[in-house]
Design a binder for this molecule. Structure first.
Ligand code: HEM
Length: 201
C-alpha cells in the first residue's frame, strides 16, 4: 500500500477516534451530572451505569487515538511541533486518569446497586459527589476540547502550553460549580453523632 493511502487510512482512524473521545467525554459528564442532581435510587442507578460504561469506552477511544497519532507523527510530522508534543502529554494524562475514573465509577455503581430504599443513602450520595472523581472527569473533558483546539489551530509553544493550563483550570472550576449547584439543590445531610443533630453541607 502506498504511503499516502496508509496516511489517509490512519487519519480516518484518528478522526473516528476523535469523534468517539468527544462523545464518550460528553456522555460520561452528562450522566455524572444526572447522578449528582438526583436522590432517587433508580435514576442514580441508570446514570451511574451509563457513566461507568462510557468511561470504559472513553479509554478504548483514547487508545485508538494514540495508535493512530503515533503513525501520523512518525510517518509525516515528527516531534518538532509544540501542538503535537503538548497534545501527547494531555493524552498520556488522560490515559493515566482513565483507569482511576473507571474504578471509582464502578465503586459508585456498586454502592447504588446495593441500595434497598427508593432514596439513596448518605454513603452513595457522598460517593456520587466525590471531588476527586469530579475533578478528574471535568479536567479530562476540557482537555479533550483543548486538544481539538490544538489539532485545528496547530499552535506554537506558548499557545499550546496556555491551552493545557487554561483547560486544567476550567475543568477544575467546572467540577466546583456543578458540585456546589448539586449540593444546593439536594444537600447531603451531615449527622453529628456527638450532639445527635443533623445539618447540611
Ligand atoms: C483526544 C485526543 C485527540 C483528538 C480529539 C484529536 C483530533 C484531531 C482532529 C479533529 C484532527 C484534524 C484537524 C484538522 O485537519 O484540521 C487531528 C489531526 C492530527 N492529529 Fe490529532 N487528536 C488527538 C490527539 C492527537 C495526538 C496525541 C497527536 C500526536 C501525538 C495527534 C496528532 C495529529 C496530527 C499529526 C494531525 C494532523 C493530520 C493532518 O493534518 O494530516 N493527535 N487530530
Amino acid at each position: 500500500m502506498s504511503e499516502a493511502i496508509m496516511y489517509n487510512t490512519f487519519f480516518v482512524f484518528h478522526f473516528f477516534g476523535a469523534i468517539c473521545v468527544f462523545s464518550a467525554a460528553a456522555i460520561t459528564f452528562l450522566n455524572m451530572v444526572g447522578m449528582a442532581f438526583t436522590t432517587e435510587t433508580r435514576g442514580m442507578w441508570n446514570c451511574s451505569y451509563w457513566a461507568m460504561k462510557m468511561a470504559q469506552f472513553w479509554l478504548f477511544s483514547i487508545i485508538l487515538i494514540l495508535v493512530s497519532s503515533i503513525y501520523l507523527v512518525f510517518s509525516r510530522w515528527g516531534w518538532k511541533f509544540p501542538w503535537i508534543d503538548v497534545s501527547l502529554v494531555m493524552l498520556i494524562l488522560m490515559m493515566a486518569l482513565s483507569p482511576i475514573i473507571i474504578r471509582r465509577l464502578k465503586e459508585v455503581h456498586q454502592a447504588i446497586d446495593s441500595e434497598t430504599e427508593n432514596i439513596a443513602s448518605l454513603k452513595s450520595m457522598e460517593k456520587v459527589r466525590d471531588r476527586f472523581l469530579w475533578n478528574s472527569v471535568t479536567i479530562m473533558s476540557l482537555e479533550v476540547a483543548g486538544i481539538i483546539h490544538l489539532m485545528i489551530e496547530k499552535m506554537g509553544t506558548l499557545g499550546s502550553i496556555l491551552t493545557f493550563f487554561i483547560m486544567l483550570i476550567l475543568g477544575f472550576l467546572l467540577s466546583k460549580v456543578v458540585l456546589r449547584w448539586a449540593n444546593k439543590l439536594n444537600p447531603i445531610p451531615v449527622v453529628n453523632h456527638i450532639e445527635g443533630t443533623m445539618t447540611t453541607h
